[in-house]
Write a protein that binds this ligand. Structure first.
Ligand code: ADP
Ligand code: MG
Ligand code: ZN
Length: 525
């Protein structure tokens, strides 16, 4: 990383907030969903009406503990909830229920990739559970309060100041997000704020062991902006020090339009929040059995899986990445590899999943949810995120065994392509029919679908021979040109032959036989 003076180095620590994918809020039974009519998802508890009492959401605890185990934190069998007091219009209680002393987990680490095949260990101070605040919406001279988000569950993950560049900070965020999305703890959506980060940053002369005074940049909502905001802030601090000034500890906001950080308020200290133990909630006590059960449910994490796919199956980095983005997809791939049991090249199975299966799912999702596609497109317009990516993030159900009833059908389809019974396009049509069948509760073998849709390839030499003869006869002019050296016309004849068979001819055979004929013509036979 190049700064304006490279005798300085950066020290960065991140506080990540992630919403937990529970059905209901942290301390009440209101739905935990995004994008509903303002103040439609509220009750006495999340509105802080007098006399209402919070109840801990077990599922939120499970997800937080799962996240904590995945990033190597120690789980504390006894933890406490605490009130963090401050006034803000989006916080009806006047305090946020959080954890302060005795969080649910502490002392972990994450290994991040720092390029060139190197890894770095980033220590994690703690992960604790808390509730989110509501939202303020500013419109002209008016401000509105929407409390749908008030009381939704969050995990806050606090790193030690072990990150030494904006790129490392981005790598840490990405690895963390990958794990949380994969384990279905978070939807990882930075633009909607369900995965967000505050970045703490200071600079010091290289070789110094003392930490410099830090500033905190609040709520940066994309990977790109994290890097930009940090880079700007590092240079700002270096410049300030070089000019004889001192960094003031304060809270900043990143302005994505100017690319600069702006002062928001002076830094508050823990004592400003007058933390005290939440009197309305008992301590959170976790049993060994509860923790063990969650440990057992985690299985192989995406990074390990990715490496295994690359090592064992010689998949490319990109393919391995796509396959391990979602747990269900990785699981389907693993199961298909088992069913395959060495019959065909695993790369082919990977390709069918990455290209055709994912595409089929996207199409299906888009047809089933037209309003949602529009809504999301509008929401993301200013960020110019391709619609493809949005849909990708929205797809909730990837489970092959639900979508086509049995992943064995998927394997049968690939086998029929491999055996030459149908071509690739036929395979696509079979896949589509499998999805339709499952929707309509219709059970049909892949062979039956091939027969019904008349997809079998014309592979017999005689059949293809006849078609090619016909095509050559019907296009005398082009044939002469081809013999005369216009090689491009070869493709034209292949195309004509495919057309005649409605795309069902085995293209390899067509090429072979056509080639033989042309060679014969050329040598005057
Ligand atoms: P607070 O809760 O007041 O924000 P913490 O001590 O919990 O303060 O630290 C918050 C984050 O700031 C942590 O991620 C930590 O690693 C980071 N941090 C602390 N000191 C520094 C520093 N001098 N430079 C950069 N980051 C720091
Ligand atoms: Mg902080
Ligand atoms: Zn509620």
């Amino acid at each position: 990383m190049e700064y304006i003076d490279n005798s300085f180095e950066a020290v960065i620590g991140l506080e990540v907030h992630t919403q937990l994918l529970t059905h209901t809020k942290m301390f009440c039974s209101c739905p935990n969903v995004f994008g509903k009519e303002p103040n439609s998802l509220v009750c006495p508890v999340c509105l802080a009406l007098p006399g209402s009492l919070p109840v801990i959401n077990l599922n939120a605890v499970e997800l937080a503990v799962k996240a904590a185990i995945a990033i190597n934190l120690n789980i504390n069998k006894k933890s406490l909830f605490a009130r963090k007091n401050y006034f803000y219009p989006d916080l009806p209680k006047g305090y946020q229920i959080s954890q302060f002393q005795d969080p649910v987990s502490s002392n972990g680490y994450l290994m991040i990739d720092i390029g060139g095949g190197m890894e770095k260990k980033i220590r994690i101070n703690r992960l604790h559970i808390e509730e989110d605040a509501g939202k303020l919406i500013h419109a002209g001279l008016n401000s509105f309060v929407d409390l749908n988000r008030a009381g939704t569950p969050l995990a806050e993950i606090v790193s030690e100041p072990d990150l030494s560049s904006p790129a490392e900070a981005a790598a840490y965020l990405k690895d963390l997000r990958d794990i949380l999305v994969y384990l279905e703890i978070s939807d990882g959506n930075m633009e909607e704020g369900s995965f967000r980060c505050d970045a703490n940053i200071s600079v010091r002369k290289k070789g110094d062991t003392n930490l410099g005074t830090r500033t905190e940049v609040k709520n940066v909502n994309s990977f790109k902006f994290v890097e930009k905001a940090l880079e700007y802030e590092i240079n700002r601090q270096i410049e300030l020090i070089l000019g004889g000034g001192k960094v003031v500890q304060e809270t900043l906001l990143f302005n994505s339009k100017t690319g600069k950080t702006e002062s928001m308020r002076g830094k508050e200290e823990a004592h400003d929040y007058r933390y005290f133990e939440e009197p309305d909630l008992p301590p959170l006590i976790l049993t060994d059995g509860f923790i063990q059960k969650i440990k057992d449910s985690i299985g192989e994490l995406p990074k390990a899986k990715r490496q295994r796919y690359i090592n064992d199956f010689a998949l490319s980095e990109y393919d391995a990445e796509v396959l391990t983005q979602y747990k269900d997809v990785a699981n389907d791939f693993d199961e298909l590899v088992k069913i395959n049991n060495g019959t065909i090249d695993i790369k082919k199975i990977a390709n069918w999943i990455i290209n055709e299966w994912m595409l089929e799912l996207k199409k299906r999702w888009a047809t089933d949810n037209p309003e949602h596609v529009q809504e999301r497109a509008a929401l993301h317009e200013e960020n110019s995120i391709p619609i493809e990516k949005i849909i990708n993030e929205d797809l909730i159900n990837f489970k092959m065994n639900e979508i086509i009833k049995d992943r064995k059908y998927f394997f049968d389809m690939i086998m029929q392509v491999e055996n030459g019974k149908i071509n690739r396009n036929g395979g696509r049509l079979v896949l589509h029919q499998l999805v339709e069948n499952a929707k309509n509760r219709k059970v049909q073998s892949v062979e039956k679908i091939i027969n019904d849709l008349n997809l079998a390839q014309v592979s017999d030499d005689k059949g293809i021979e006849d078609i090619i003869r016909q095509v050559l006869e019907e296009n005398q002019k082009e044939l002469e040109d081809l013999i005369g050296g216009k090689d491009k016309l070869f493709g034209f004849f292949v195309g004509e032959a495919m057309k005649k068979t409605k795309g069902k001819a085995n293209p390899k055979k067509v090429n072979e036989i056509l080639n033989k004929h042309i060679e014969n013509y050329k040598s005057g036979i």
